[in-house]
Design a protein. Structure first.
Length: 95
């Protein structure tokens, strides 16, 4: 009887050990899955933002292929002038 109880106790300890190992293994796997899902959502959001930026940049590329647009852009942004034009910078004037 004593031998039977000892064997039962050993089997029970082994069963508890195996169950604890499997539980910890499953828990860490579920944590990794949750982390991966969060990372995927963040990367998907960043990807969508980059797609929107790409569309904007493609529009700019099309505009920059037009020489008239490039000339107008250079005059506005870098204060270039045509012959006979005078530039008055109003951005430094206080109200």
């Amino acid at each position: 009887m004593k031998k039977y109880r000892l064997r039962l106790f050993i089997y029970l300890c082994m069963l508890i050990g195996i169950a604890a190992f499997l539980s910890l293994s499953c828990f860490s796997t579920w944590q990794q899955i949750a982390k991966n899902r969060k990372t995927k959502e963040e990367l998907t959001q960043k990807y969508n933002e980059l797609l929107e930026n790409e569309e904007s940049l493609e529009g700019t590329v099309v505009k920059l292929q037009d020489p008239e647009y490039v000339a107008k852009y250079a005059r506005e942004k870098y204060l270039f002038t045509k012959d006979g034009e005078l530039i008055i910078d109003m951005s430094s004037v206080e109200e």
